[in-house]
Design a protein around this ligand. Sequence first.
Ligand SMILES: NC(=O)c1ccc[n+]([C@@H]2O[C@H](COP(=O)([O-])OP(=O)(O)OC[C@H]3O[C@@H](n4cnc5c(N)ncnc54)[C@H](O)[C@@H]3O)[C@@H](O)[C@H]2O)c1
Length: 361
Amino acid sequence: MEKVKVGIVGCGNISDIYFTNCKKLDGLEVVACADLDLEKAHQAAANYHIEHVYTVKEMLDSKNVELIIILTPPATHASLCLEALHGGKHVYVEKPIAIKVEDGKRILELAKEKGLLVGSAPDTFLGGGIQMCRKLIDDGWIGRPVAANAFMMGHGPEAWHPNPDFFYQEGGGPLFDMGPYYLTTLIYLLGAVKRVTASARISLNERTIKSKPLYGEKIQVHTPTHISGVLDFEDGAVATLITSFDVWGSQVPRMEIHGTEGTLSVPDPNTFGGPILLKRPGVNTWEEIPIIFGCTENSRGIGVADMATAIRANGEHRANGELALHVLEIMHGLLVASESDCHYFPESTCQRPTLVHQKDF
Ligand SMILES: NC(=O)c1ccc[n+]([C@@H]2O[C@H](COP(=O)([O-])OP(=O)(O)OC[C@H]3O[C@@H](n4cnc5c(N)ncnc54)[C@H](O)[C@@H]3O)[C@@H](O)[C@H]2O)c1
C-alpha cells in the first residue's frame, strides 16, 4: 500500500507520541509539521526528522499532504478541521472533535460533500484491552449487557500539564477532556445512546497551577468540574458515568459492564492494555483474562493508520466522525440535562465499529 502523506498541526504535549508512533505504523509517512509557535514545529521536525516545517496556511495549501492530524487545544478543532477539509485534506483530530454539536455536524457534512474522511481520537478502544472486552461480550461471556458504571475521578491536570488553562474553559472540564475515552468505549461495547441525564457543578471557581512553567498562576473555571450522569443505551443497558476534577482520591473501578451471565471489569479506557477481569455466577473469584489482541502499549495513532487503510481501500475506518459526533452530542446532552432539569435525547447515532484484525495496522 502506498503510504498516506501526513501533516501534523500542533506540536505540543501530546504530539511526541504521535510523531513516534506514526513513524512505526505501516501506511503513514509524516512529511510536515506546523504550529502557531513555529519554534515548536522546528523543534519537532529536528527531533523526528520531519522534512517540512510549514505555517498552518502552508500546510493547508501543500500538495505534499493528504491527511492532517490536528493536535491543538479543543477550541481550535472545529475551525482547523473545516479549513483542512476545504483544502482537500482528510482530517484526524484529537478529542473532542469540536466543542459545539453544530460544528461537529458541519465537519461531517463538509467531509461528505468533499468525499474526504474524518477521524477523531480516542483510538484507545482499538488497543488490545478494549478489543478483548468487546470479543468477550460478543462471544457471550457476560450474557446480555444490562448495566455499566464508569468513573473518571481525579483532581485535574493543573498539577502536571504545562499549559492547563484550556481544561477549565468551555470544551474542557473532565467531561470533554476525559469523557471521550469513557463514552467511546461504552459505545464500542454497548452501542449507541438514546437518552441521557445528569447533574453537573463547578466546585471551585479558581484553580492554582502547580506545574512548571506557570507555577502559582490562577485559572478561572468556566465549565463544570464534577458531572454525574446516567445514560440509556438503544439496546436497553443503563450506565452511570461520573467524570470529576474535584476528587482527591477514589478506589472505585474505572469501568464495569454487567450482564445477565457475569460482570466484566474493563481496563482504564485511556490506556491500550489490561487488566481484564471476569466474574461469573457461582464463582467467588475474579478471573484475569489474557489478551489475544496486539497494540497493548501506548499506540496513539493506530486510529490514523486504520484511516489510512480506508483511504487507500475506499473503505471504512473505526475511530470515525460519526462515532466522535455521537460522543460529542452525549457530552453536550449531559450538560444540557443538568441545566434544564430534563432528560436529553441525542439526534445523532452511530454504528459500533468492528473488531480489529491482526492485519489491520
Ligand atoms: N496532553 C495530553 O496528555 C493529551 C492526551 C490526549 C489528548 N490530548 C488532546 O490533544 C490536544 C492537544 O493537547 P496538548 O496537551 O498537546 O496541548 P498543548 O497546549 O501542549 O499543545 C497544543 C499546541 O497547539 C498549538 N496551537 C494552538 N492553536 C493552534 C492553531 N490555531 N494552529 C496551530 N497550532 C496551534 C500550540 O502552540 C501548542 O504547541 C487537545 O485536544 C487534548 O485534549 C492531550
